[in-house]
Ligand binder design. Sequence first.
Ligand code: GDP
Length: 178
Amino acid sequence: EGEKEGEIDYVFKVVVVGDSAVGKTQLLGRFTKDEFFLDSKSTIGVEFQTRTLSLHRKRVKAQIWDTAGQERYRAVTSAYYRGALGAMVVYDITRRWTFENVARWVEELRAHADGSTVVALIGNKADMPAGRREVAADEAARFAEEQGLFFSEASALSGDNVDRAFLTLLEEIFAVVS
Ligand code: GDP
């Protein structure tokens, strides 16, 4: 509220990528506003949202970018990735195809973003009934380990692990830039 730019020590740009409808917008809303929007896509057109927090006595503004639907058209541009210090690659644990596509998103990140960009893999919709699950957590964890990514399942709906995932990513970025 009325945060003066002068009080900010760092601005960390973080991009959120992944297939359509995996919950990117909802994760971002959960982290920046602690809200889950029942009317999804209410943030369309908004390129990023921010949350300012303290890390190691520094004021850090996390600027979290949303593709706002561009991923439907494979039109995520290099401007989207430019300057990103961190990235979250999101899949939906109830739709295997969205996990199969993670490798493509990681490649795209490596191609467009800086080599030092910190990447987290997030399996969203962990609140869904066990019978709906199409991706085992340990399979995703193994893939993340091979790729050198931080991994967590999360639920934008319940809020489980959302803050923890973003904060872990921001801590890793802090370690890289400070
Ligand atoms: P995006 O296209 O990746 O930005 O996905 P959205 O954030 O628009 O979410 C797509 C759909 O999944 C919407 O109907 C959301 O309400 C739903 N959704 C998002 N996150 C979760 C979650 O954690 N759990 C459940 N059950 N549904 C979710």
